[in-house]
Design a binder for this molecule. Structure first.
Ligand code: CA
Length: 226
């Protein structure tokens, strides 16, 4: 959440945490830009009127840059008029919530955007090329046959399938799969990737988990040669 008004920021943070969201807050666009470079959230709540760069300009910049191009963004704003809404959507907002709004409404909008844009977060089933991951059942099948995965490999695959065609660095993967507080060495990621590929190997789905030279890993649903 990027919101410069401390009281509103704190109120929203507490309310969203109370509804089960993990919230990271920033007070301006500069802080937000730095924070996004460290770790990508599942969704960004972005205030339009910020003290340095406007939320709208930050949004346009996010849409131009590779890692944040697809990041779900909800614009928060006191500007309710149609003209402002149109500009918000044109800049790439997934939703637009005029102030004042109730925290419950905001939470509902967040869930709706996540269901559309990031089904892995909303708990939906993911399926590519005969590989199916069901988060609710904690189960993975490949062409209908159960794939046995350890809990870490399962979370790793869940994360990758939830963000197809995007390359992630090992440190981004550590943050998202193990958590930002985890003390996990980057080569541990390679160890679990090897295990994951081995488990997916018999049906050829290991080819969907690709190494991106100089970057890290990517899930490619088309999986060259798969
Ligand atoms: Ca503001």
């Amino acid at each position: 959440m990027v919101e410069d008004e401390p009281a509103l920021r704190e109120m929203l943070r507490l309310s969203l945490e109370g509804q089960g969201f993990a919230v990271r807050t920033c007070a301006d666009a500069t802080q937000a830009w730095r924070s996004l470079g460290e770790e990508l959230p599942d969704l960004l709540l972005l205030d339009w009127m910020l003290p340095d760069v406007s939320g709208l300009d930050l949004l346009r910049r996010l849409r131009r840059e590779e890692p944040t191009r697809e990041l779900p963004v909800i614009l928060l704003t006191a500007r309710g008029e149609e003209e402002a809404r149109v500009r918000g959507f044109a800049a790439g907002a997934d939703d637009y919530v005029p102030k004042p709004f109730s925290p419950r409404e905001l939470a509902a909008r967040i869930r709706a955007v996540l269901r559309r844009a990031a089904p892995h977060v909303a708990g939906g089933r993911l399926a590519y090329a005969g590989l199916v991951l069901d988060p609710a059942a904690g189960r993975v099948t490949a062409h209908g046959r159960e794939v046995t995965l350890g809990p870490t490999e399962f979370r790793l695959l869940h994360f990758l399938m939830g963000h197809p065609e995007r390359a992630f660095t090992r440190s981004q993967i550590v943050n998202r799969v193990w958590g930002s507080a985890a003390e996990v060495e980057e080569r541990t990621v390679d160890v679990y990737m090897r295990r994951l590929r081995k488990a997916l190997g018999p049906t050829g789905h290991d080819r969907l988990v690709q190494t991106v030279r100089g970057v890290g890993y990517r899930f490619d649903p088309a999986g060259e040669g798969a």
